[in-house]
Design a protein around this ligand. Structure first.
Ligand code: KG4
Ligand code: ZN
Length: 343
């Protein structure tokens, strides 16, 4: 295998069909197609997601190669999401990628989508140093990790109920803001008052690092009901968005600071869809004045994308024995749930 890896990477675990081309760890193209069809259903419909991936994946692959000015014959490594996510959706990208790797007789690297969010921090020129604290805040997961080296990490905490993004989406639904609600809450909160109402931050007994967001979500619901809030009143909705967002992001910030102090680590990476949130960026960036190094991907690499699958594939291929990616990895199976034991 040549020293230069020309990587073709695929992401299809939810409602984004994405294909990227990388030269080693440098992203040459990253095409993302967000499926709009789900909006009118108020959430992702798995069957529709799978069918759309199937329709779009071949054309997007051609576009990604063309934009990267790379011929398919130059590709010498293929990576794709194999877990966790919607099983039918993963299967489209995974099987497309495995078949392509088999037909080109090149290695294939299966990638864990959550690990890909962690290593999205390595796309930018300025990279974190090990060990670092990684907070992954996505639509399906909220996980706090101490990352000691590539593919060597300790899980410090996870959510005991809703994921952070899920809480944003559910509260947005209550306020009639559509799906996905995170970006809309972010937008509305920018003209709202964070001190309008104090939504309670969860305290979890016997757990320093786990998260819980369902309490905050429910208290928003009760607040709306009890006060007969008219969700058409823009000013009040903006204030609720700002107060809710403040409660969620403040909880995240406190746990990250606690972990950083306990482990003596000042490099902090925030990733996953919710890291695109402007208040997340604002509060965490404030830590830079206290000698922290804060790494947050550009918005396009925060939400689901194939470039993060490519960069994780790159580091996995470089870090682990090559043999396992030649033929053994082709038998990898798609998994819907995050397997914490082998994560
Ligand atoms: O990482 P991601 O694209 O998909 C999963 O792996 O789940 O995350 C999607 C989540 C959704 O819940 C969406 O509402 C949330 O990220 N999100 C945001 C923002 N942009 C996306 N939440 C808050 N503020 C944003 N700007
Ligand atoms: Zn994701």
């Amino acid at each position: 295998m040549s020293n230069i890896l020309n990587i073709l990477a695929f992401e299809s675990s939810c409602d984004e069909t994405s294909v990227a081309v990388l030269k080693n760890d440098r992203v040459l193209s990253n095409i993302i197609l967000s499926q709009e069809f789900h909006k009118k259903h108020g959430g992702v419909v798995p069957e529709i997601a799978s069918r759309e991936h199937l329709k779009k994946i071949t054309g997007l692959t051609r576009t990604a190669l063309m934009r990267a000015d790379t011929g398919i014959e130059e590709i010498n490594l293929i990576a794709a999401t194999s877990e966790p996510g919607l099983i039918g959706a993963i299967l489209i990208g995974l099987n497309f990628a495995k078949s392509l790797a088999a037909s080109l007789a090149i290695p294939f690297v299966p990638v864990n989508h959550i690990q890909a969010h962690v290593y999205s921090a390595f796309i930018k020129d300025e990279k974190p140093s090990f060990p670092f604290i990684s907070l992954i805040i996505s639509g399906g997961h909220t996980i706090l990790l101490l990352v000691k080296d590539f593919f060597n990490h300790q899980i410090l905490g996870t959510t005991v109920d809703d994921a952070a993004g899920e809480a944003f989406d559910k509260v947005a639904k209550m306020l009639g803001l559509g799906y996905p609600g995170g970006p809309e809450i972010d937008r509305r909160a920018s003209s709202g008052n964070i001190n309008f109402h104090k939504f309670p931050e969860a305290v979890i007994k016997d757990s320093k690092y786990d998260f819980s967001f369902s309490g905050i979500k429910t208290s928003v619901l009760y607040f709306i009901r009890k006060n007969n809030i008219d969700v058409k009143n823009e000013l009040i909705v903006n204030d609720i968005c700002a107060s809710f967002q403040h409660a969620v992001v403040n909880t995240l910030l406190k746990k990250v600071i606690r972990a950083s102090e306990e482990f003596g680590v000042k490099d902090i990476c925030i990733s996953g869809g919710v890291s695109a949130n402007s208040y997340v960026k604002k509060l965490f960036s404030g830590l830079r004045d206290k000698n922290y190094r804060i790494f947050i991907p550009d918005a396009v690499y925060s939400t689901d994308n194939a470039a993060m699958i490519g960069i994780t594939g790159y580091h996995k291929y470089r870090s682990l024995p090559e043999e396992q990616f030649i033929s053994k990895s082709l038998s990898v199976k798609a998994k819907p749930r995050l397997d914490y034991e082998n994560f």
